[in-house]
Write a protein that binds this ligand. Structure first.
Ligand code: ADP
Ligand code: MG
Length: 348
């Protein structure tokens, strides 16, 4: 049984979840109480889903040391780099899905790929705001389905990077009538226009909006913060993704506070990753620049002088396309590798 299944089930594997090494008091508290909450949440025998493909051991996390290898190696080990449909999801709201969608999408576009961002957050869309495209959303996917416009009219091209486009599923007060089939057809049509990456920004929750958003996806990126509430929701979502045949899942840990980790007031990225047992794509620090960039409608990765979070998003994007070169050490961001990286990016 996998470590994650152990976290969710109330029988048999309980020991496995509890004996997991705790490196700090916060994590210990989680193992005592939080993991218990997780297990209680899924009654005996009703893990969210049986997970046949789950690795038997959480992948080891090379986070604390930078891993350097040549790009060629990374590509040959790595992911297919086109026709990828990735849903960015979390369960819990407000953990950074839209921020991640905007920054990863922009980063991948800057790396030369044709990227479509789909804002599937019906009723509460805001990806257009983060990209500074809000005044250009004239049509949405619902207008396409109603026959009022063509797909290319609803796909808004970013003026800064023309290989990045945004499709909003609905305007905030538009009536809701999207189905899974509609989502699948929309994504297929987007791909037929030559888009190599389709990133779907998923709404919070696990209701019909979530099911619609994940239905065209072959892969998922689960965003969580290092808080037990967010981790529990991420765990639940991972199970639901597998129940819907999405097994290629990666983890993005957002709003990491290295100062709090050092004081043992926050779980480390490694703790979070081990609790969830999902391969890590990246970790993003808590950074006020995120708020500034949201208000400006300019993704962090476009800033001339990259902030720490901007560098972390660039790093995650490179890993997502298989050009993985290193993990950033957020536990000591102002010393060593992270600082050197910052200098390297900002001095150019
Ligand atoms: P979601 O799409 O999951 O609801 P958002 O991306 O809209 O989450 O982010 C929620 C709020 O958190 C926003 O106000 C955003 O600016 C803020 N936020 C997200 N990530 C960070 C971060 N790394 N540092 C600081 N603030 C962040
Ligand atoms: Mg959002």
């Amino acid at each position: 049984m996998s470590p994650r299944a152990g976290l969710l089930q109330s029988q048999g594997s309980a020991k496995q979840a509890v004996v997991r090494p705790a490196r700090n008091p916060v994590c210990r508290a989680v193992n005592r109480s939080g993991a218990g909450v997780l297990r209680q949440a899924a009654p005996a025998g009703r893990s969210v889903v049986s997970r046949p493909d789950r690795p038997t051991e959480a992948p080891r996390l090379p986070l604390l040391q930078p891993v350097c290898y040549k790009e060629g190696e990374a590509e040959s080990n790595g992911e297919q780099t086109e026709n990828r449909v990735i849903v960015i999801t979390s369960g819990k709201g407000g953990v950074g899905k839209t921020t991640a969608s905007a920054n990863l999408g922009m980063s991948i576009a800057r790396l030369g790929y044709k990227v479509a961002l789909v804002d599937a957050d019906i009723g509460l869309r805001n990806l257009d705001l983060l990209l500074g495209l809000e005044n250009r959303v004239l049509y949405t996917a619902i207008d396409i389905l109603d026959g009022e416009c063509r797909l290319d009219q609803a796909l808004i091209r970013d003026k800064r990077w023309k290989n990045l486009s945004l499709l909003s599923i609905s305007r905030n007060r538009q009536r809701y009538n999207i189905t899974r089939k509609h989502m699948e057809q929309l994504v297929e049509s987007i791909q037929s226009l030559g888009y190599q990456f389709v990133l779907i920004d998923c709404p919070a929750g696990i209701d019909v909006g979530f099911i619609n958003a994940i239905s065209p996806a072959k892969e998922a990126l689960i965003v969580t913060t290092p808080e037990i509430t967010s981790i529990r929701d991420a765990d639940r979502v991972a199970g639901l993704l597998e129940a819907n045949n999405i097994y290629n899942t990666k983890l993005l840990v957002n709003r990491v506070r290295p100062d709090m980790i050092q004081k043992n007031d926050m779980m480390s990225v490694r703790d979070v990753q081990e609790m969830l047992g999902i391969p890590l794509l990246g970790a993003i620090p808590e950074d006020q620049q995120v708020i500034i960039s949201t208000n400006r409608g300019e993704p962090l990765v476009l800033q001339k002088k990259l902030s720490l979070s901007g560098i972390a998003f660039e790093n995650a994007a490179r890993r997502l396309i298989g050009k993985q070169d290193y993990f950033i050490d957020l536990n000591t961001p102002y010393k060593g590798v992270f600082q050197k990286l910052g200098e390297m990016f900002t001095s150019s």
